[in-house]
Design a protein around this ligand. Structure first.
Ligand code: GLN
Length: 622
């Protein structure tokens, strides 16, 4: 037995990766906490649109790791990709900082900067995330792989310590309201700046410590360039790569295009969601149709696919944290936390905090159950995870039931929701990753991780769609009332809104503009709304800086003629209605939360019912 095998404890390199990932997740989750609020309050977007963009952004962040993993394996190596990804994410955060600094005077440039920032972060995350996770695995020589479960638990704690700190600091500096509840929309930039600095620290930690600590027990560097990776022989399975025939690859391309057409044109998904869903299914099909697979291998891969499918519903429900749950925390929650009014974007911090506290107890619990021979097999744990998330939404649905349209939800219910969701996460997320590791034939392992991450991506895309069906929260009814509009009567169909009312509601982002109909009727509504938003923010900026405000817009840039207002109503250019999902009208927060109860509850029951079959198909793996 080599010296390393008898050594107890974990290599120091794990702590370097822990620290690097902690700062990176600080940057990611800190930004995530304030991103949608920034879009709505500073960039004047609708909540529904912000949810869709947020879902697409997160989804793409889990699509690009395929690319990052591939480029690391073939060209740059893990280390370079981590550094490159870290720098890219920092640049992205700086662009968000600039966007949040100038939106008051140049809204369209601020939008462009925001889109560029998200694009760069998506690719940065793609370079960073898969490579840092795979380096955790490669720190351990073959004889020490049993330590991997604990290593990943420690690493998962680093992730969530980072998330916790990011969601603490970024909201404190970036999501600022005065005593009267008025938000300082110019503070968001400090949140993004904090995230940028965190990412630079993470990159520096890795840069300076990697040569000393991220090494084999013999001191050889890990994760260097693939061409001269002297530790390659040491990284398990590295030499066994999947090779697909040209025919299979052509089939995959055709499949991808056909799926793309179906998702976009038949199901009506936007292009980003289309790419996410289609690439997941295509890659899954490509692997399973490989002729080199044995029956047992194929069975096991099917288990990964089935679990990956159910996991979609989990992330779709879980990832409401940064969108709809934050909007509810912002607009319909009493956020008094021991006498302190917590910033709405900070409420999601409880997830990171609870993971940090409970990750270890959970792994001890599984060890204990295993020693008694009572540890449930992985798909059972995952169906428990799904059931728990359904329970968390059921409890909160019950608590909002009697709130009416304007009552406030107590923050303790959101905290309880995050506690239960954290338990759910701990039953499902780390378990899923290790299940993929255990079930995958080596030559397909990284691709199957890719499929699994793509199912996360699909979950995030679905999270965007589901977040966008959030019905109006209390603040909307109150604001409409201030403008003398009875929003509830209009939504319930008891009153027909006239053109002026519809335009006012659209300005407040509560009514939907039918872009195509507007275009047909030559009504540039979006433009006028943007102009009004810009006047408003320029005015605010001028007041803030004690400067005179000059309005450069003509009245016609922001108003409609009576005839046009009539068209807005009669041609349904602007409509005010409740959101719908799968034919159901979502009128209240209760309806909204019940969507998640039903989806995740059903998923839990079906997955659980499948477990005896899955157990057979796993052929001895648990
Ligand atoms: N919260 C974890 C992370 O950020 C897991 C997210 C996921 O697997 N989808 O790494």
């Amino acid at each position: 037995m080599s010296e390393t095998a008898v050594k107890t404890g974990h290599p120091k390199g794990l702590w370097v990766l822990f620290g690097t990932e902690m700062w990176e997740r600080f940057n990611f989750y800190g930004m995530r906490a304030i991103l949608t609020l920034f879009m709505i309050n500073a960039l004047m977007m609708k909540e529904a649109d912000a949810s869709i963009i947020y879902g697409g952004f997160l989804g793409l962040c889990y699509l690009t790791p395929m690319l990052g993993g591939f480029i690391a394996d073939r060209f740059f190596g893990n280390r370079n990709c981590i550094l490159l990804g870290g720098l890219m994410m920092a640049i992205g955060q700086f662009l968000l900082f600039f966007s949040a600094s100038i939106f008051g005077s140049n809204l369209s440039l601020a939008n462009t900067l925001m889109w560029s920032a998200l694009g760069i972060i998506i690719f940065g995350n793609g370079f960073f995330k898969p490579n840092i996770s795979s380096m955790v695995g490669s720190l351990y020589p073959k004889q020490e792989k049993t330590k991997l479960d604990t290593a990943f638990t420690i690493f998962y704690m680093g992730i969530n310590l980072g998330a916790f700190l990011g969601q603490l600091i970024c909201p404190i500096v970036g999501d600022v309201k005065d005593a009267g509840g008025i938000r300082d929309i110019h503070a968001f930039k400090w949140g993004f700046l904090a995230a940028a600095i965190a990412m630079l620290i993470g990159t520096a930690v890795f840069y300076f410590l990697k040569n000393k600590y991220v090494v084999t027990p013999e001191g050889r560097p890990l994760g260097g360039l693939p061409s001269k990776n002297d530790a390659a022989d040491y990284e398990e399975g590295e030499s066994q790569k999947a090779v697909f025939s040209q025919k299979a690859l052509i089939g995959a391309v055709v499949g991808f295009l056909v799926l793309g057409i179906i998702f976009h044109y038949v199901i009506g998904q936007n292009w980003i969601y289309t790419v996410i869903y289609s690439s997941g299914i295509t890659l899954a099909g490509l692997i399973i149709s490989d002729s080199s697979l044995t029956k047992i291998e194929r069975d096991r891969i099917f288990v990964i696919y089935i679990v990956a499918f159910f996991v979609i519903f989990f992330w779709a429900a879980f990832e409401q944290a940064g969108s709809s749950l934050t909007f509810i925390a912002d607009n319909q929650t009493d956020r008094n936390f021991f006498g302190w009014n917590m910033p709405p974007s900070m409420v999601q911090i409880f997830n990171g905090a609870f993971v940090f506290i409970f990750a270890f107890p959970f792994s001890v619990l599984w060890d204990y159950l295993r020693s008694k021979g009572k540890e449930p097999i992985s798909p059972v744990k995952q169906s428990i995870g799904l059931a728990l998330i359904a329970v968390s939404y059921f409890i909160i649905a019950h608590n909002v039931k009697d709130l009416g349209n304007t009552g406030l939800l107590g923050i303790q219910w959101l905290i309880l929701l995050y506690l239960i969701q954290t338990f759910a996460e701990l039953c499902l997320s780390p378990i899923g990753l290790s299940l993929v590791g255990k079930l995958s034939p080596k030559r397909f392992a990284s691709l199957l991780f890719g499929v699994f991450f793509l199912s996360n991506a699909a979950g995030y895309a679905l999270a965007g769609t589901l977040g966008s069906i959030l019905p109006p929260t209390g603040d909307k009814y109150i604001a409409a009332e201030k403008a003398n509009i009875d929003l509830k009567a209009i939504l319930d169909g008891e009153k027909v809104a006239d053109g002026t009312e519809l335009f006012t509601l659209a300005k407040m982002n509560f009514a939907k503009v039918n872009a195509d109909v507007a275009k047909e009727n030559k009504l540039d509504i979006e433009k006028k709304i943007k102009n009004i938003a810009q006047i408003k923010s320029e005015k605010e900026l001028a007041i803030k800086n004690n400067k005179p405000f000059v309005n450069n817009f003509k009245a016609t840039d922001t108003t409609f003629t009576p005839q046009e207002l009539d068209m807005i109503k009669s041609k349904k250019v602007i409509v005010a209605e409740y959101p719908t999902f799968a034919g159901f009208t979502i009128k209240t927060l209760f309806d909204f939360f019940m969507v998640f109860v039903v989806l995740c509850g059903l998923a839990a029951v079906v997955l659980f019912a499948l477990t005896p079959k899955l157990k057979k198909m796993m052929h001895g793996v648990r």
